[in-house]
Every structure is written in structure tokens, then in C-alpha cells.
Ligand binder design. Structure first.
Ligand SMILES: [Zn+2]
Ligand SMILES: [Zn+2]
Length: 275
């Protein structure tokens, strides 16, 4: 019996003798089935291969990125926030070994894990069990949880304060329960937003984008993009971190608003040179 992991998205399944027939996450049009077909592994196999390690980098005081090298599956980065004794893991990655556990324990461990959307559910239950943490997922994405656990708390509504100044906001868009994390009490008091790929940072780190499906390049409707921009317009933040270690280092609030305007103008055929 194994907890099989899909090699394309890195999401883990309940214990079974045989590999699952298909991956729920990858069969959806917001992911994809690998052209060579579905393939599976286990966390033990990844560890035993000796091919992978996690690198933990201090991004700014109290904020750490955790990235697997070489990249595995979708290749996202997770973040650890230290908020006055409350440690939150934002999004999750598949690879988890003893040295990662020890490094994170030295930083105070993990009290809670919060997820932006199903593409990063990865081995979240393994992480929750190792650190004795709860997992926060918006109830609108309940159907995408491939490995159920008593540690998962489904939250509802538009926002949830996990600790003082650490609040989840549901924006929807890419996924119905798509959420971002606002951290108010960071060291320079300017506020920051962690967005997974609910708000995506683009190549120049000055602009963002919003998509229904990234692999299939399917955009979101203008009304939804406006709604997402409006929801973060009231928040105070100047930096923004996406799931691929792309960071807007200043004026991120303005970047989101101007990018939403550009996106909507494009959908309406109003960008210069467009038609
Ligand atoms: Zn998958
Ligand atoms: Zn995604």
C-alpha cells in the first residue's frame, strides 16, 4: 500500500495497492495530462533517489522561501512566515525530507498550512502530520482534495484571519476557492501579498496577470478580473510574491490595479495595435 504521487502535478493520493487510474488535478483543463501519459511515484522513492533537496532562503526578515531542486512536478515555491510566534506555511511542495524538517523546526516549525488552490496541495497531509499543523483550504475547493485528512479545515466566506495581521482572502478566478494571503505585520509595516498563481507575476516583475488555465492559456472574464482587483484594492501592501519565486519588490498594489485595467482593455480589444 502506497500514498501515490502524480509526477506531473506532484499531488498525493490516499493509500492504495495500485496506482490511481487518473489524476483528478491533471485531468482538469487547468492542468494537463503529460504527453507521455500518467506516471506515479511515492515520497519514499523521491527521497531514496537522492536526486532532490529543498533550499530554504531568507527573503526578508520573517519570510522564507522553500524550493525543491532540481524542480519537481509543477515546481512551485512554498513560503514560511514567522508572525510573532505563529508560523504559517503558505502553499506547499511535494518533496519533504528529514533535513527540511530539521531546518524548519529550527525556524520554529509550522503551526498552520494555508493553500492558495489545488495545484499546490502536493503532500500537504505529510507536512501537516510531521509538524502537527492544521491545513486551511477554502470550502469551494473541497472537491479537489485528493488525500482527505482530519487536519484539513475548510473555511468559508471571503476572508479568514489566521493570526493577528495574517489573513486569507478568497478571490476565486483560477479556482473557485482561489485565495491569497495578506501579511500586515511584516517588519517594515508596508504589507505584502502572497498570491500562488491566483495573481500571477509576469516576466518583468512590474505587472501581473490572471488566468483560468495557465497550461492551456485560457483567460478569465473581464468581470471576474475586475472583481479580483477590487477585492485586493482595499488591502495595504507594497510587495507581492507568486508561486514561482517571482517577486514585485515595490508598488505591488499599483501593479495589480494597472494590470487588471490592461487585461480588461485587452479582452475588450482596446489595447493599441491590437486590431
Ligand atoms: Zn496530477
Ligand atoms: Zn494553478
Amino acid at each position: 500500500m502506497n500514498h501515490f504521487i502524480c509526477n506531473t502535478c506532484g499531488v498525493q493520493y490516499p493509500k492504495s495497492i495500485n496506482t490511481p487510474d487518473t489524476c483528478l488535478i491533471c485531468a482538469d483543463e487547468r492542468q494537463y495530462i503529460h504527453p507521455d501519459g500518467q506516471s506515479w511515484t511515492t515520497l519514499e522513492t523521491l527521497i531514496d533517489s537522492g536526486n532532490y533537496r529543498n533550499t530554504i532562503v531568507t527573503e526578508e526578515p520573517g519570510l522564507y522561501s522553500i524550493t525543491t531542486t532540481p524542480g519537481y512536478a509543477i515546481g512551485q515555491t512554498a513560503y514560511l512566515i514567522q508572525n510573532h510566534g505563529f508560523n504559517l506555511l503558505w502553499d506547499c511542495i511535494t518533496y519533504l525530507d528529514d533535513s527540511t524538517e530539521n531546518e524548519i523546526k529550527a525556524l520554529g516549525g509550522v503551526d498552520a498550512i494555508a493553500l492558495s488552490h489545488p495545484h499546490y496541495y502536493s503532500t500537504q497531509v505529510e507536512w501537516a502530520e510531521r509538524f502537527g499543523a492544521s491545513i486551511y483550504i477554502h470550502e469551494a475547493d473541497r472537491q479537489w482534495v485528493t488525500r482527505p485528512s482530519d487536519r484539513i479545515i475548510f473555511w468559508s466566506g471571503d476572508s479568514l484571519e489566521l493570526d493577528e495581521g495574517v489573513t486569507l482572502y478568497r478571490l476565486g478566478g483560477h479556482f473557485n476557492g482561489g485565495s491569497v494571503l495578506h501579511w500586515e505585520h511584516d517588519v517594515n509595516k508596508q504589507g505584502l501579498l502572497l498570491t500562488g498563481d491566483i495573481i500571477q507575476v509576469v516576466a518583468d516583475r512590474q505587472w501581473v496577470s490572471f488566468m483560468y488555465s495557465y497550461p492551456n492559456l485560457i483567460p478569465l472574464p473581464a468581470i471576474k478580473v475586475q472583481e479580483m482587483a477590487d477585492k485586493v484594492n482595499t488591502l495595504h501592501f507594497d510587495r507581492l510574491y507568486n508561486a514561482f519565486h517571482r517577486i514585485i519588490k515595490e508598488n505591488a498594489h499599483q501593479s495589480v490595479q494597472k494590470s487588471a485595467k490592461r487585461y480588461i482593455a485587452a479582452l475588450e480589444g482596446k489595447l493599441v495595435n491590437m486590431i
